[in-house]
Write a protein that binds this ligand. Structure first.
Ligand SMILES: Nc1ncnc2c1ncn2[C@@H]1O[C@H](COP(=O)(O)OP(=O)(O)OP(=O)(O)O)[C@@H](O)[C@H]1O
Length: 294
């Protein structure tokens, strides 16, 4: 019997690109003995619904789109009892997760690698029950992740986020929050916080591969405290520019659970998608929850 594969494509994701290499990728999967079901998304939520509709009938799901489509696909997989393996063909404007996993942006090369690989388990985060695969963040510039218009992203790619981020500077402000990171309490005022499982965030922030293990059951937590003095500010700017997140001025930890309490409106971005504010936010790591072919 043929192996069954669900192929999910977001045709609107990323900078305008030709579909020709995707046909070649589909041909490769077909030649490898897969019986293909191909579905294209037309709106938010479709990728999750396709996974729920077909997920128990296939051994493999391939997702082709940006980080948002990947997030929706993984959200669906997390709801399945028997979880199919996942292949990912990045087609977004930033593709943080693909960068972190070393997945090629060329669909034919990525498909060849997928067909030759053994599955690799990766951790999945749950924030108040919603899945994320590489980052949950709040504060400065977070809004630009989900508010950059799709048409602008299609034309300008990653640069669209940078432009939206610059607009966001006017809203730069500290958030008074209590963070419990495993057993440690980090009560304070923070400009930005990220709970991540990736070496690339927003295409701008990079973590050393040696610091990040995608299947260890732990996130990397980065908090940028609100600077109290000019020297604080200098330390923070230097740490960010040199990408030395472990340095004085920033809070950087490896943790498996994060609990955030605040009285303020604190919206989050999960893999670049909007998640509403909540008085208490609980983030847990589901170690090795999804198997990725790469
Ligand atoms: N046909 C469609 N038209 C409009 N929006 C869609 C369609 N299909 C999916 N979507 C939604 O578009 C949003 C953005 O998709 P995605 O993140 O994959 O692309 P992107 O924003 O170009 O990439 P990236 O997030 O990596 O920059 C997702 O929330 C997804 O649900």
């Amino acid at each position: 019997m043929d192996k069954r594969l669900l192929f999910i494509l977001n045709p609107t994701a990323g900078v305008n690109r030709t579909f020709a290499p995707l046909l070649e990728a589909l041909d490769l999967l077909s030649q490898a003995g897969y019986a293909l079901t191909v579905r294209t998304t037309t709106q938010v939520g479709d990728a999750t619904n396709f996974v729920l509709q077909y997920g128990q009938k296939v051994e493999t799901i391939v997702c082709c789109g940006g980080d948002g489509t990947l997030n929706e696909t993984i959200s669906g997989i997390m709801q399945l009892e028997h979880k199919p393996c996942l292949g990912y063909l990045p087609r977004g404007s930033t593709n943080d997760f693909a960068t972190s996993m070393g997945i090629s942006q060329n669909p034919v090369i990525a498909t060849e690698a997928m067909l030759a690989s053994m599955p690799r388990a990766v951790d999945v985060g749950l924030l108040n029950g919603r899945s994320f695969v590489y980052v949950a963040c709040f504060g400065a510039f977070t809004k630009s992740a989900y508010s950059a218009p799709q048409a602008m992203k299609n034309v300008l790619g990653h640069f669209a986020y940078v432009l939206e981020g610059i607009k966001d500077i006017s809203s730069l402000r500290p958030y008074k929050i209590k963070v419990t990171a495993d057993d440690e309490i980090l009560d304070g005022e923070y400009l930005f916080g990220a709970v991540c499982n990736s070496t690339s965030i927003g295409g701008l922030m990079r973590l050393d591969h040696l610091m990040v293990t995608l299947d260890d059951g732990r996130f990397e937590l980065l908090l940028i405290p609100s600077p109290q003095t000019a020297i604080d500010l200098q330390n923070i700017v230097r740490a960010l520019l040199t990408q030395n997140y472990n340095s004085q001025g920033l809070v950087f930890r490896h943790v498996s659970a994060v609990h955030v309490e605040t009285q303020e409106a604190l919206p989050w971005a999960l893999d670049g998608e909007y998640a509403p504010s909540a008085a208490t936010t609980h983030i847990v790591n589901h170690q090795q929850a999804v198997r990725i072919l790469k």
